[in-house]
Every structure is written in C-alpha cells, then in structure tokens.
Design a protein around this ligand. Sequence first.
Ligand SMILES: [Zn+2]
Length: 284
Amino acid sequence: MPELPEVEAIRRQLAASILGRSVERVRVHRRDVVRDLATRRLGRLSPGMLGAGQRVRRVDRRGKQLIVGFDGGHGLVVRLGMSGRIELVDAGRRRSVPPHRHVDWTIETGRGGSKLRMEFIDPRRFGGVHLFQSPEDLEQRLLVNLGPEATTIDPKALAARLKAGRRPIKAALLDQGMIAGIGNIYADEALFRAGIRPDRLVIDLDAGDLNRLAKSIRTTLALAIKAGGTTLRDHRLPDGSPGTFGLVHLAYGRSGEPCRSCGAIMSSDLVAARSTTWCDVCQA
Ligand SMILES: [Zn+2]
C-alpha cells in the first residue's frame, strides 16, 4: 500500500511533467471510482469537473494523498488505496489499453503538439478520485482529519500529538490523525532507526526516545523518497519505474533474517494488528 514516500515520488515526477499544462480531454471509463462527496452526485460527470479545458495549477501531497488542482481552485484528490497507480505516457504512442484503467487525462506538453496521457489505474479499486470544489472544500472535507506531515515532524510536535497514550507506539504512528503519511513499512523502518521496539507503549517513551524517533522518521522518509519509495507489488512511478528503497530496508519484511546492524535474527509478530519486524538487541 503506497505510503508517503511512494506518493511524494509520484508527485515529483507528475509535477515536472504536467504543472502549468492544459488538460485537453478527460475520459472516465469507470464512473464509480470518481467520488464527489459534497453533492453525493450520482449522475453524469462533466469533463470540466475533472479539469478538461483547464490548466493544472497545483500538484501537491498531504499524507498519502495526491492533490491535483485546476483553474478556479477546484481539483481532485487521488487516493491510491492498495494497488492504485498513476501512469504518464506519450499519448501518440500506440499501446494496448492497460487493464483497470479507470480515468485518463490528455495533457498538452507545449512541445510541438505532442501530448501526454495521465492514467489512473487501480486493479483492486480501494483507491479513487475525489473531487473538491475549492481549497476550502479540500481542507474541510478531505484533509480535515490529517495530523501534521511526517516529513517535517519535530520532537515537540510529536510529543504533543502522541500525548501519553497506552497504545503501542507503532499503532500511534499508523494513525493518520496523529501524524500523516506513515504506514506499515515506514513505521517499522523508523522505529528500527530510533532503536525503539514497536510494541513499546507511548506512555513509556521519554524525551530522548521522542527526539530519536522524530529524527528517524524524517531521515527514513527522506531516504525513501529519494529512492522512489518501496515497490512490493504494485507501486510504480508515473514513468513505469519501480521504487528501490526495499533493497535497503532495515526491518520491514526482514523477519528471520540477520539484523543489518548487530547480526541477531530479526523478530516478528503482530503489533497494532499488522505484521511487524524488529531487532530484540537493537531496539528496546
Ligand atoms: Zn540488531
């Protein structure tokens, strides 16, 4: 499931290609992936609601959500769910239609009439395209419950968000209302780097732990973004390339393998109802 680094890596590629460009045409192949909660509209979508005839004015991200905005301040939030991805291809290139392509946008590049096609593809359909009408609507309806961005979290903000709960620190990190962007992979990775066991209760963390954790969250995410994120199965960047951060994972997915730091065999169990891996020697 895409987390903050995967979505940010996607955002960076997209922004470089489509920001400021005009959307020539939008086609919706599967109506029920496009959601407009404001009006609960179930009838016809006008292509203009998805940006047709307008310029792309913003390509942003909040937590794990990708935001594309058009003229007049309206736009869409793309949620990738379990298996969603965005592909960016040369619209002139002949190729077979990818399965599970639900929406596509034809975008002018400004280079001698060549065009790009941006496609939203999602085999399992846990993701979707959510329309918003204005920046205020986006904030109030789609982003209101998100905590601060994990990429910039500092120890003070982390302590204030965590409070002194009796839940395991991993459960708190997965809570998007507490801090936005972290899922199962980056929770395990950040906790390993901080030397904190995933099942430690929040109430038992001291100032030193929170300092190390805030720093390790920022470091882990920055490295992962640079690597294009982690490709386990479905994640691809818009140009089709996979993320390579999985090659250097320290904890996630390494159950039964030797710790990269001390050589002890990595432990795993369910924590916060998610499979979780850690080192009994390096994490306390
Ligand atoms: Zn170790």
